[in-house]
Design a protein around this ligand. Structure first.
Ligand code: HEC
Ligand code: HEC
Length: 104
């Protein structure tokens, strides 16, 4: 069994738009196109969405997850910087006060 490439689903010398009834990717022909590698592929199987863009109108679930992580990572980076800054500041203050105590 070989993984599908463009030609597996679109054909080679006879690539047609999905709207063309003679196209390998016309909804009516998907059962046969997919069935070449997935024996017994039925109607539901061939109704899988293809070439979905990760966007608000495309693959929404994936888009939301991406959006969440973009924000989450930004908050995390800012949090790290603030934390390191606070620690450095506290260290500096502690160092200064112990130096003050030593001077008579
Ligand atoms: C597993 C099967 C499969 C593979 C592999 C595949 N496609 Fe498709 N492609 C489809 C189907 C089914 C459609 C029509 C349905 C859709 O657009 O969601 C489509 C639609 C398209 C369209 C829009 C055509 C139209 O008339 O709407 C383009 C362009 C396209 N594919 C290019 C490619 C390219 C380039 C590759 C390889 C990188 C590729 N496809 C690989 C199944 C496949
Ligand atoms: C050239 C052969 C070929 C064609 C044509 C093909 N596929 Fe596949 N497909 C594969 C292979 C190989 C795998 C990976 C199987 C695995 O990992 O067990 C796969 C995996 C899949 C999976 C994931 C199944 C899983 O268990 O994770 C789906 C869904 C799928 N194909 C749908 C389609 C649809 C719908 C079409 C028709 C538009 C299509 N395929 C056409 C070879 C093909």
């Amino acid at each position: 069994m070989k993984a599908a490439n463009c030609a597996s689903c679109h054909g080679n010398h006879d690539v047609r738009p999905a709207s063309d009834p003679a196209s390998t990717i016309n909804p009516k022909n998907l059962e046969k196109t997919c069935g070449a590698c997935h024996p017994g592929a039925g109607k539901g199987f061939a109704s899988v969405k293809f070439h979905q863009a990760v966007s608000a109108t495309g693959a929404r679930g994936a888009w939301f997850v991406r959006l969440f992580y973009m924000g989450f990572i930004a908050v995390l980076v800012v949090g790290f910087v603030l934390h390191i800054g606070a620690e450095m500041y506290a260290g500096q203050r502690a160092g200064r006060s112990s130096a003050e105590q030593k001077t008579p």
